[in-house]
Design a protein around this ligand. Sequence first.
Ligand SMILES: Cc1cc2nc3c(=O)[nH]c(=O)nc-3n(C[C@H](O)[C@H](O)[C@H](O)COP(=O)(O)O)c2cc1C
Length: 328
Amino acid sequence: MLFFTFFIFYLCEAMRDLLYLAPLQSFTDFHFRNSFQAVLGDVDRFYAPYLKMAFDGTIKEGPKFDVLPQNNPLEKVVPQVMACCTADFLVMANYLEDLGYTEVNWNLGCPYPMVAKRDLGSGILNKPDKICSILEEVFRASSLKIGIKMRMGYEDTSDILNLLPALNEFDLTEVIIHARYGKQLYNGSCDHSRFLECIPITNHSLIYNGDINSVADFRYLKQLFPTIHQWMIGRGAIANPFLFEMIQDDSELLPNDFVQVFSDFLNLLLESYLRQTTNHGNILIKMTHYWEYFAANFENGKKMCRIVKKSKSISDYSNFIANLESFI
Ligand SMILES: Cc1cc2nc3c(=O)[nH]c(=O)nc-3n(C[C@H](O)[C@H](O)[C@H](O)COP(=O)(O)O)c2cc1C
Protein backbone atom coordinates (compact mmCIF):
# COMPACT_ATOMS: atom_id res chain seq x y z
CA MET A 1 0.00 0.00 0.00
CA LEU A 2 2.82 2.37 0.99
CA PHE A 3 4.62 1.57 -2.27
CA PHE A 4 1.43 2.27 -4.23
CA THR A 5 0.96 5.65 -2.48
CA PHE A 6 4.56 6.65 -3.28
CA PHE A 7 4.12 5.48 -6.87
CA ILE A 8 0.98 7.64 -7.33
CA PHE A 9 2.75 10.59 -5.69
CA TYR A 10 5.75 10.36 -8.02
CA LEU A 11 3.50 9.83 -11.05
CA CYS A 12 1.54 13.01 -10.21
CA GLU A 13 4.81 14.91 -9.64
CA ALA A 14 6.17 13.71 -12.99
CA MET A 15 2.98 14.74 -14.79
CA ARG A 16 2.47 18.18 -13.30
CA ASP A 17 3.54 21.31 -15.14
CA LEU A 18 6.77 22.96 -14.03
CA LEU A 19 6.65 26.58 -12.93
CA TYR A 20 9.59 28.96 -12.88
CA LEU A 21 10.06 32.40 -11.39
CA ALA A 22 11.31 34.84 -14.04
CA PRO A 23 14.33 37.04 -13.38
CA LEU A 24 13.33 40.64 -12.66
CA GLN A 25 16.24 42.93 -11.96
CA SER A 26 15.77 44.86 -8.68
CA PHE A 27 12.90 42.58 -7.64
CA THR A 28 13.76 38.88 -7.72
CA ASP A 29 17.11 39.17 -5.94
CA PHE A 30 18.25 36.56 -3.43
CA HIS A 31 16.34 38.29 -0.61
CA PHE A 32 13.12 37.84 -2.55
CA ARG A 33 13.93 34.35 -3.88
CA ASN A 34 14.91 32.94 -0.48
CA SER A 35 11.98 34.49 1.39
CA PHE A 36 9.69 33.19 -1.34
CA GLN A 37 11.17 29.70 -1.14
CA ALA A 38 10.96 29.64 2.67
CA VAL A 39 7.24 30.30 3.00
CA LEU A 40 5.57 30.06 -0.39
CA GLY A 41 7.32 27.19 -2.19
CA ASP A 42 5.79 25.67 -5.33
CA VAL A 43 8.47 27.16 -7.61
CA ASP A 44 10.51 24.60 -9.52
CA ARG A 45 13.32 26.94 -10.48
CA PHE A 46 14.35 30.52 -9.80
CA TYR A 47 16.20 32.49 -12.46
CA ALA A 48 18.54 35.17 -11.13
CA PRO A 49 18.67 38.57 -12.88
CA TYR A 50 21.51 38.90 -15.37
CA LEU A 51 25.19 39.40 -14.74
CA LYS A 52 26.83 41.87 -17.09
CA MET A 53 30.24 43.35 -17.69
CA ALA A 54 31.20 46.82 -16.52
CA PHE A 55 33.11 49.04 -18.95
CA ASP A 56 36.39 48.26 -17.12
CA GLY A 57 36.14 44.58 -18.11
CA THR A 58 35.03 43.29 -14.69
CA ILE A 59 31.66 41.82 -13.78
CA LYS A 60 29.22 44.34 -12.26
CA GLU A 61 29.24 43.99 -8.49
CA GLY A 62 25.50 43.93 -7.60
CA PRO A 63 24.49 40.87 -9.67
CA LYS A 64 27.82 39.21 -8.82
CA PHE A 65 26.93 39.39 -5.13
CA ASP A 66 23.38 38.19 -5.82
CA VAL A 67 24.54 34.78 -7.08
CA LEU A 68 27.05 33.98 -4.30
CA PRO A 69 26.55 30.40 -3.06
CA GLN A 70 26.02 31.52 0.55
CA ASN A 71 22.96 33.44 -0.68
CA ASN A 72 21.51 30.72 -2.88
CA PRO A 73 20.36 27.11 -2.98
CA LEU A 74 22.44 26.35 -6.10
CA GLU A 75 20.33 23.42 -7.26
CA LYS A 76 17.22 25.61 -7.63
CA VAL A 77 18.76 28.78 -9.02
CA VAL A 78 19.77 29.38 -12.62
CA PRO A 79 22.05 32.39 -13.05
CA GLN A 80 21.85 34.50 -16.18
CA VAL A 81 24.37 36.45 -18.25
CA MET A 82 23.98 39.17 -20.84
CA ALA A 83 26.81 39.23 -23.37
CA CYS A 84 27.34 39.97 -27.06
CA CYS A 85 30.80 38.44 -27.45
CA THR A 86 32.46 35.19 -26.47
CA ALA A 87 35.10 36.81 -24.25
CA ASP A 88 32.53 38.53 -21.99
CA PHE A 89 30.33 35.43 -21.91
CA LEU A 90 33.29 33.32 -20.78
CA VAL A 91 34.40 35.72 -18.04
CA MET A 92 30.93 35.44 -16.49
CA ALA A 93 30.52 31.72 -17.22
CA ASN A 94 33.88 30.96 -15.56
CA TYR A 95 32.92 33.04 -12.52
CA LEU A 96 29.64 31.09 -12.20
CA GLU A 97 31.33 27.74 -12.71
CA ASP A 98 33.88 28.57 -9.99
CA LEU A 99 30.96 29.33 -7.64
CA GLY A 100 29.57 25.84 -8.26
CA TYR A 101 26.82 26.48 -10.81
CA THR A 102 26.37 23.89 -13.55
CA GLU A 103 24.09 25.84 -15.88
CA VAL A 104 23.82 29.36 -17.21
CA ASN A 105 21.01 31.15 -19.00
CA TRP A 106 21.84 33.55 -21.84
CA ASN A 107 19.71 36.69 -21.89
CA LEU A 108 18.55 37.41 -25.45
CA GLY A 109 15.54 39.35 -24.28
CA CYS A 110 16.48 42.66 -22.70
CA PRO A 111 14.53 45.22 -24.74
CA TYR A 112 16.03 48.57 -23.80
CA PRO A 113 17.42 50.53 -26.82
CA MET A 114 20.68 51.44 -25.03
CA VAL A 115 21.32 47.72 -24.59
CA ALA A 116 19.86 46.49 -27.86
CA LYS A 117 21.90 48.87 -30.02
CA ARG A 118 25.08 47.20 -28.69
CA ASP A 119 23.83 43.76 -29.87
CA LEU A 120 22.96 42.84 -26.29
CA GLY A 121 19.67 41.25 -25.17
CA SER A 122 17.01 41.30 -27.88
CA GLY A 123 19.24 43.53 -30.05
CA ILE A 124 21.14 40.48 -31.34
CA LEU A 125 18.09 38.41 -32.32
CA ASN A 126 18.30 39.42 -36.00
CA LYS A 127 21.86 38.09 -36.19
CA PRO A 128 21.51 34.30 -35.95
CA ASP A 129 25.06 33.77 -37.30
CA LYS A 130 26.57 35.88 -34.55
CA ILE A 131 24.51 34.06 -31.91
CA CYS A 132 25.58 30.67 -33.28
CA SER A 133 29.25 31.57 -33.45
CA ILE A 134 29.21 32.79 -29.81
CA LEU A 135 27.46 29.56 -28.79
CA GLU A 136 29.97 27.41 -30.69
CA GLU A 137 32.91 29.12 -28.99
CA VAL A 138 31.37 29.12 -25.52
CA PHE A 139 30.41 25.43 -25.77
CA ARG A 140 33.99 24.66 -26.79
CA ALA A 141 35.55 26.60 -23.91
CA SER A 142 33.13 26.05 -21.01
CA SER A 143 31.58 22.94 -19.51
CA LEU A 144 28.52 24.80 -18.22
CA LYS A 145 25.16 23.75 -19.62
CA ILE A 146 23.50 26.59 -21.50
CA GLY A 147 19.86 27.65 -21.83
CA ILE A 148 18.45 30.70 -23.58
CA LYS A 149 15.76 33.21 -22.60
CA MET A 150 14.67 35.25 -25.57
CA ARG A 151 12.12 37.55 -27.09
CA MET A 152 10.81 36.72 -30.57
CA GLY A 153 12.76 39.46 -32.30
CA TYR A 154 13.70 43.12 -31.89
CA GLU A 155 11.72 45.00 -34.59
CA ASP A 156 8.93 42.42 -34.78
CA THR A 157 8.34 38.77 -33.94
CA SER A 158 9.69 37.29 -37.20
CA ASP A 159 13.40 36.90 -36.20
CA ILE A 160 12.60 33.82 -34.15
CA LEU A 161 11.56 31.86 -37.25
CA ASN A 162 15.16 32.02 -38.54
CA LEU A 163 16.80 31.66 -35.18
CA LEU A 164 15.05 28.61 -33.71
CA PRO A 165 16.05 26.20 -36.53
CA ALA A 166 19.66 27.46 -36.26
CA LEU A 167 19.64 26.81 -32.50
CA ASN A 168 18.64 23.18 -33.12
CA GLU A 169 22.33 22.52 -33.84
CA PHE A 170 23.20 23.15 -30.19
CA ASP A 171 22.70 21.06 -27.09
CA LEU A 172 20.78 23.71 -25.14
CA THR A 173 19.00 22.81 -21.91
CA GLU A 174 15.96 24.88 -22.85
CA VAL A 175 14.62 27.83 -24.75
CA ILE A 176 12.43 30.24 -22.80
CA ILE A 177 10.36 32.52 -25.00
CA HIS A 178 8.90 35.80 -23.79
CA ALA A 179 6.32 36.09 -26.55
CA ARG A 180 6.92 39.77 -27.37
CA TYR A 181 9.48 41.59 -29.53
CA GLY A 182 12.05 43.97 -28.09
CA LYS A 183 10.69 47.27 -29.39
CA GLN A 184 7.40 46.54 -27.63
CA LEU A 185 9.21 46.86 -24.29
CA TYR A 186 6.45 45.61 -21.95
CA ASN A 187 3.57 47.14 -23.94
CA GLY A 188 0.95 45.57 -26.15
CA SER A 189 0.12 41.93 -26.02
CA CYS A 190 2.07 38.70 -26.43
CA ASP A 191 2.03 37.12 -29.89
CA HIS A 192 0.44 33.74 -29.23
CA SER A 193 0.07 32.82 -32.92
CA ARG A 194 3.83 33.26 -33.39
CA PHE A 195 4.50 31.13 -30.32
CA LEU A 196 2.36 28.38 -31.88
CA GLU A 197 4.55 28.60 -34.99
CA CYS A 198 7.65 28.14 -32.82
CA ILE A 199 6.59 24.80 -31.35
CA PRO A 200 7.18 22.59 -34.42
CA ILE A 201 10.43 24.27 -35.51
CA THR A 202 12.45 23.69 -32.36
CA ASN A 203 13.80 20.46 -30.95
CA HIS A 204 14.52 22.10 -27.61
CA SER A 205 12.54 22.01 -24.43
CA LEU A 206 10.30 25.08 -24.77
CA ILE A 207 9.13 27.29 -21.92
CA TYR A 208 6.39 29.87 -22.38
CA ASN A 209 6.72 33.29 -20.72
CA GLY A 210 4.58 36.42 -20.83
CA ASP A 211 1.53 37.89 -19.09
CA ILE A 212 0.51 34.94 -16.92
CA ASN A 213 -1.15 37.07 -14.26
CA SER A 214 -3.92 34.80 -13.00
CA VAL A 215 -5.11 31.21 -12.90
CA ALA A 216 -7.53 32.11 -15.71
CA ASP A 217 -4.59 33.30 -17.88
CA PHE A 218 -2.78 30.05 -17.18
CA ARG A 219 -5.82 27.91 -18.04
CA TYR A 220 -6.29 29.84 -21.30
CA LEU A 221 -2.64 29.41 -22.33
CA LYS A 222 -2.62 25.76 -21.37
CA GLN A 223 -5.49 24.96 -23.70
CA LEU A 224 -3.86 27.11 -26.41
CA PHE A 225 -0.50 25.32 -26.08
CA PRO A 226 -1.37 21.79 -24.89
CA THR A 227 2.14 20.46 -25.59
CA ILE A 228 3.84 23.02 -23.33
CA HIS A 229 4.47 21.86 -19.77
CA GLN A 230 6.90 24.49 -18.51
CA TRP A 231 5.92 28.06 -17.73
CA MET A 232 7.82 31.07 -16.49
CA ILE A 233 6.05 33.78 -14.53
CA GLY A 234 7.41 37.19 -13.54
CA ARG A 235 5.27 40.21 -12.73
CA GLY A 236 2.17 38.13 -12.04
CA ALA A 237 3.98 36.22 -9.31
CA ILE A 238 5.36 39.36 -7.70
CA ALA A 239 1.90 40.93 -7.62
CA ASN A 240 0.44 37.69 -6.27
CA PRO A 241 3.11 35.47 -4.69
CA PHE A 242 0.45 32.76 -4.24
CA LEU A 243 -0.03 32.42 -7.99
CA PHE A 244 2.22 29.34 -8.31
CA GLU A 245 0.33 27.52 -5.57
CA MET A 246 -3.04 28.54 -7.01
CA ILE A 247 -2.01 27.31 -10.47
CA GLN A 248 -0.80 23.98 -9.09
CA ASP A 249 -4.07 23.62 -7.13
CA ASP A 250 -6.08 24.84 -10.14
CA SER A 251 -7.89 27.22 -7.78
CA GLU A 252 -8.74 30.88 -8.28
CA LEU A 253 -9.00 31.37 -4.52
CA LEU A 254 -6.19 32.59 -2.32
CA PRO A 255 -5.31 30.03 0.36
CA ASN A 256 -7.24 30.41 3.65
CA ASP A 257 -4.09 31.32 5.58
CA PHE A 258 -2.85 33.79 2.99
CA VAL A 259 -2.68 36.81 5.33
CA GLN A 260 -0.46 34.92 7.77
CA VAL A 261 1.75 33.47 5.05
CA PHE A 262 2.03 36.79 3.23
CA SER A 263 2.97 38.54 6.51
CA ASP A 264 5.62 35.88 7.15
CA PHE A 265 6.96 36.43 3.65
CA LEU A 266 7.08 40.23 4.10
CA ASN A 267 8.85 39.87 7.45
CA LEU A 268 11.45 37.51 6.00
CA LEU A 269 12.05 39.85 3.08
CA LEU A 270 12.53 42.80 5.42
CA GLU A 271 14.82 40.86 7.79
CA SER A 272 16.92 39.70 4.86
CA TYR A 273 17.50 43.28 3.64
CA LEU A 274 18.19 44.42 7.21
CA ARG A 275 20.94 41.81 7.45
CA GLN A 276 22.58 43.23 4.33
CA THR A 277 22.41 46.98 4.90
CA THR A 278 21.93 49.58 7.57
CA ASN A 279 20.58 52.05 5.02
CA HIS A 280 16.95 51.93 6.17
CA GLY A 281 15.92 54.64 3.72
CA ASN A 282 16.94 52.44 0.80
CA ILE A 283 15.13 49.45 2.26
CA LEU A 284 11.92 51.46 2.58
CA ILE A 285 12.22 52.61 -1.04
CA LYS A 286 12.68 48.95 -2.04
CA MET A 287 9.56 47.95 -0.09
CA THR A 288 7.59 50.72 -1.83
CA HIS A 289 8.63 49.29 -5.20
CA TYR A 290 7.46 45.82 -4.18
CA TRP A 291 4.20 47.25 -2.92
CA GLU A 292 3.55 48.87 -6.30
CA TYR A 293 3.19 45.24 -7.45
CA PHE A 294 1.57 43.75 -4.31
CA ALA A 295 -1.12 46.47 -4.34
CA ALA A 296 -2.77 44.89 -7.39
CA ASN A 297 -3.74 41.96 -5.21
CA PHE A 298 -5.83 43.93 -2.69
CA GLU A 299 -9.02 45.96 -2.91
CA ASN A 300 -7.34 48.52 -0.63
CA GLY A 301 -4.07 48.16 -2.51
CA LYS A 302 -3.60 51.84 -3.35
CA LYS A 303 -4.17 52.85 0.26
CA MET A 304 -1.74 50.17 1.45
CA CYS A 305 0.85 51.37 -1.02
CA ARG A 306 0.43 54.96 0.23
CA ILE A 307 0.98 53.83 3.83
CA VAL A 308 4.16 52.00 2.87
CA LYS A 309 5.36 55.07 0.94
CA LYS A 310 4.76 57.24 4.01
CA SER A 311 6.62 54.89 6.39
CA LYS A 312 9.36 56.96 7.98
CA SER A 313 11.13 54.10 9.72
CA ILE A 314 11.49 50.34 9.65
CA SER A 315 9.28 50.14 12.74
CA ASP A 316 6.49 52.07 10.90
CA TYR A 317 6.71 49.49 8.13
CA SER A 318 6.85 46.54 10.56
CA ASN A 319 3.73 47.87 12.30
CA PHE A 320 2.01 48.00 8.96
CA ILE A 321 2.85 44.33 8.33
CA ALA A 322 1.68 43.41 11.85
CA ASN A 323 -1.67 45.05 11.09
CA LEU A 324 -2.05 43.74 7.55
CA GLU A 325 -5.29 41.91 8.41
CA SER A 326 -7.05 45.21 9.21
CA PHE A 327 -6.62 46.40 5.60
CA ILE A 328 -8.09 43.29 3.99
C1 LIG B 1 11.59 45.28 -13.88
C2 LIG B 1 11.91 44.10 -14.77
C3 LIG B 1 13.19 43.55 -14.75
C4 LIG B 1 13.51 42.45 -15.58
N1 LIG B 1 14.76 41.89 -15.52
C5 LIG B 1 15.06 40.83 -16.32
C6 LIG B 1 16.32 40.16 -16.25
O1 LIG B 1 17.21 40.51 -15.45
N2 LIG B 1 16.55 39.11 -17.10
C7 LIG B 1 15.58 38.67 -17.99
O2 LIG B 1 15.81 37.71 -18.72
N3 LIG B 1 14.37 39.25 -18.04
C8 LIG B 1 14.08 40.30 -17.22
N4 LIG B 1 12.83 40.84 -17.27
C9 LIG B 1 11.79 40.21 -18.11
C10 LIG B 1 11.03 39.14 -17.30
O3 LIG B 1 11.89 38.10 -16.88
C11 LIG B 1 9.89 38.52 -18.11
O4 LIG B 1 10.43 37.93 -19.26
C12 LIG B 1 8.84 39.54 -18.53
O5 LIG B 1 8.47 40.37 -17.44
C13 LIG B 1 7.58 38.84 -19.08
O6 LIG B 1 7.05 37.95 -18.15
P1 LIG B 1 5.82 38.34 -17.16
O7 LIG B 1 4.72 38.89 -18.03
O8 LIG B 1 5.44 37.04 -16.49
O9 LIG B 1 6.33 39.38 -16.22
C14 LIG B 1 12.50 41.93 -16.47
C15 LIG B 1 11.23 42.49 -16.47
C16 LIG B 1 10.92 43.57 -15.66
C17 LIG B 1 9.52 44.15 -15.70
